[in-house]
Ligand binder design. Structure first.
Ligand code: GDP
Ligand code: ZN
Length: 461
């Protein structure tokens, strides 16, 4: 394929002392040679691939030195995009790296769109679709943890698992073929059934496990939906504000679900939170009534985490107790706020209502207790969950949909065998499942199924 040469700042993750401007495309070397001057006068077009060179960038219009740089020269196809790639390493700092990018753009490169390097890697066959999507997620990843999930996927974890499952299905299909070709042998049929149930059962289990991770994957991408509840004036809005101030607010492209619920995205010790203050729903209304309102109920129902705020300087009221009831069985942290004021609340009753859920005392006015609250949030999320690095996650909604369909097809095949449905009907479900899994990793389907069947298994012999 032929593409123009694109360029962008691709500063490595983590440390930013060095910034990189990356070029990819047929003209990458030509453009670099226009700008690069090495002390020995060599041209990048003549150097060995995958080597790095010291020199200066000059502006060819004025012959003035722009920047002191190290340039990596990498010839396709052994690059991320499979194209010729030049990486210009310059001293960090926004000004200098932007100056280098501008220079490159003035001399024949085009500014890359977000994710365009990845798109090329996919179009040039360097990575499969699920890997490409993982990189896209990476670009959008909102926290370190979300990033490590995206990275794991990029390394092909999901792809590897899907390939393995497809292989299982393929082997089953091969046996089904034999069965269809030699229906007169009874033992072949029985073998086929046993094997089919065994292998399909395995695939079903793996798909179920994978789909179970999708909820967590979603949380990592979109944030733990966290609802702040409490009766008026206990400090809900104050809590939202201090969490948002203490933590870098996360920029998001997810549209607000509703105007009357206030939303903030924050990153609390690696846990992405989508904070919802139900107080946004008119506070003058009676809270019991409010909880009864369909919308609030919906917000509560969809919550992953509840922050229930109480007022230390007031006695517990029936409103408080009703709120406890409304969040029964949910993950919650009980916050006893306004500890700077004299205590009037009955802590024994609070503890009884809280049950096994953590209670944190705060004074939002005096900025106390926030640290402990953050710790409690992080504990709650990370304790109950398996380390992101150990698992294959799905978090991409297209993958989730395809995996769900593939699971359904496998289940159909299994129940088909169990109910004595003709094997060539079962074969259709198996094939469908195989195809759907193929779509996850972007492998095209129909004829390749036949090809693979016959290249991998010697059938009918
Ligand atoms: P909401 O109605 O639950 O959202 O409560 P707000 O956050 O609007 O707070 C109600 C009032 O309580 C405001 O005047 C706050 O300044 C005050 N407030 C919030 N937190 C504290 C606290 O820890 N101590 C004291 N003394 N006042 C607080
Ligand atoms: Zn409020």
């Amino acid at each position: 394929m032929e593409f123009d040469t694109i360029a962008a700042i691709s500063t490595p993750m983590g440390e930013g002392a060095i910034a990189i401007v990356r070029l990819s495309g047929d003209d990458a070397f030509k453009i670099a040679d226009r700008l690069f001057r090495s002390p020995s006068g060599k041209l990048l077009s003549n150097v060995a691939s995958h080597t790095i060179h010291y020199g200066h960038l000059i502006d060819p219009m004025t012959e003035e030195t722009v920047e002191e740089v190290m340039v990596s020269a990498m010839r396709g196809p052994k690059t991320f995009t499979k194209e010729d790639v030049i990486e210009i390493n310059c001293h960090g700092g926004l000004v200098s790296v932007n100056r280098v990018l501008q220079l490159v753009l003035n001399n024949g490169a085009r500014l890359a769109e977000p994710g365009e390097f990845t798109k090329r890697a996919f179009l040039n066959g360097r990575i499969d679709l699920s890997q490409a999507e993982a990189v896209m997620d990476l670009i959008r990843a909102k926290t370190d943890r979300a990033m490590s999930v995206a990275l794991g996927q990029m390394e092909g974890r999901l792809s590897r698992l899907i390939k393995k499952l497809r292989q299982e299905i393929l082997e089953t299909l091969a046996h089904v073929e034999v069965n269809i070709d030699y229906p007169e042998y009874d033992d072949v049929e029985e073998m086929t059934h046993t094997m089919l149930l065994e292998k399909s059962g395995y695939v079903r289990e793996e798909l179920q496990k994978l789909l179970q991770t999708s909820q967590q994957g979603k949380i990592l991408r979109e944030g733990l939906s966290t609802v702040i509840v409490g009766r008026p004036n206990v400090g809900k809005s104050s809590l939202l504000n201090s969490l948002a101030q203490e933590n870098k607010a996360i920029v998001t492209d997810i549209p607000g679900t509703t105007r009357d619920v206030i939303e903030e995205y924050v990153n609390v010790r690696g846990v992405p939170l989508r904070l919802l203050d139900t107080a946004g729903i008119r506070e003058t209304e009676d809270i019991v009534e409010k909880i009864g309102v369909e919308r609030s109920r919906q917000v509560l129902k969809e919550a992953d985490l509840i922050l229930l705020v109480l007022n230390n300087s007031d006695q517990l009221t029936d409103e408080d107790r009703n709120i406890f009831k409304a969040v029964e069985g949910m993950d919650a942290i009980i916050i006893v706020n306004k500890t700077d004021l004299p205590q009037a609340i009955n802590m024994e009753e609070v503890m009884a209502l809280a049950g096994s859920r953590r209670i944190v005392a705060t004074s939002l006015l005096e900025d106390r207790g926030i640290d402990e609250l953050e710790g409690a949030i992080a504990d709650l999320f990370f304790e109950g969950s398996i380390e992101a690095g150990d698992m294959t996650y799905v978090s991409n909604s297209r993958h989730i949909a395809l995996l769900g369909q593939a699971l359904h097809a496998i289940e159909e095949a299994i129940s088909g065998v169990e109910n004595g449905i003709p094997i060539d009907i079962v074969q259709i479900d198996l094939t469908r499942s195989w195809e759907l899994l193929g779509e996850v990793i972007g492998e095209s389907v129909h004829e390749s199924l036949i090809d693979q069947l016959f290249s991998q298994f010697c059938l009918g012999k």
